[in-house]
Design a binder for this molecule. Structure first.
Ligand SMILES: NC(=O)C1=CN([C@@H]2O[C@H](COP(=O)(O)OP(=O)(O)OC[C@H]3O[C@@H](n4cnc5c(N)ncnc54)[C@H](O)[C@@H]3O)[C@@H](O)[C@H]2O)C=CC1
Ligand SMILES: O=C(O)[C@@H]1CCC=N1
Length: 252
């Protein structure tokens, strides 16, 4: 069994480790032994746990899962040269990773929160020698797509990395709208969840514009609601959300 060494033991590390644990041996490296114990407990199987100080990454397959601002501090504590460094850090360039970490190869990955339910949309880019291995690794937490440049993965970060938060805003506000009109909160929540479940399947095979055409009856309810969304500039707000998130990724 190949070993994957997680550096960082937060939400993303745990979600990815959940997907990998059947087929890979997991090691985890962090700052706090209590948090490492909690990670092991949540994962539900024995993992090799180590503290960060002077940890040796020689020839290891590393999964870097700390925050972008921690790169300098974390890399300074490591020894040895990794075989490959997978980084899930938003907006952190391969050049910056290579300048800080001693590693033969780097692949950037951008999963999303759905990794925790095995349905992440993960984009990948970096050393093409690891294209296949990275796709195999990350397909254990959902769907993968290899991209040809770091600019593209920064845009994909805005779309699919941050996307669950945008859809959550839509989900919450539509539910609030139904409550405002008099639907009970628990009924509104259950109906919203059913809506997203069905929509998630439908959108796999149909263009969004055609889906909309299929729902909208002449002079009907959908046309009335849809016009209100257009009046509220929701389309433009979505386009701007991607622009702002992409620019932030470039800044990080
Ligand atoms: N949460 C999400 O939906 C997504 C997050 N990401 C990326 O995943 C990375 C981790 O995010 P989360 O797991 O959500 O955050 P988290 O806060 O749950 O985990 C961060 C980890 O970094 C460790 N850490 C923090 N400061 C440190 C330091 N100075 N030295 C050593 N370790 C330190 C923490 O102990 C923790 O284990 C981020 O870089 C983020 O850009 C990528 C895709 C989606
Ligand atoms: O908000 C963030 O910066 C991270 C990257 C994508 C999702 N969460």
């Amino acid at each position: 069994m190949k070993t994957i060494t997680f550096i960082g033991n937060g939400n993303m590390a745990l979600s990815i480790a959940e997907g990998l644990k059947e087929n890979y041996k997991i090691e985890v490296v962090g700052r706090d032994s209590k948090k490492l114990d909690a990670f092991e407990q949540k994962l539900g199987l024995h993992v090799e746990k180590s503290l960060l100080d002077n940890y040796n990454i020689e020839q290891k397959t590393v999964m870097l899962c700390v925050k972008p601002a921690n790169v300098e501090e974390v890399s300074a504590k490591l020894q040895g040269k990794a075989e490959i460094l997978y980084s899930v850090l938003a907006g952190t360039s391969i050049e910056k990773l290579k300048n800080n970490f001693n590693t033969s190869a780097v692949v950037r990955a951008m999963p999303n929160l759905a990794a925790s339910v095995g349905k992440s949309m993960t984009t990948l880019t970096g050393d093409t020698a690891y294209k296949e291995e990275s796709q195999t690794l990350f397909s254990s937490i959902g769907t993968t797509r290899w991209l040809g440049s770091e600019k593209e993965i920064d845009i994909a970060t805005a779309l699919a990395g941050s996307g669950p938060a945008y859809l959550a805003l839509i989900a919450e506000s539509l539910t609030d709208g139904a409550v405002k009109q008099g639907l009970k909160r628990d009924d509104a929540m259950a109906i919203m969840r059913g809506l997203f479940d069905g929509f998630g399947t439908l959108i796999q095979d149909i263009h969004p514009a055609l889906l909309k055409d299929g729902v909208m009856s002449p002079g009907g309810t959908t046309a009335a609601g849809y016009a209100a969304l257009e009046q509220g500039n929701v389309r433009n707000a979505c386009i701007e959300a991607i622009e702002k998130a992409y620019k932030k990724a470039v800044e990080l």
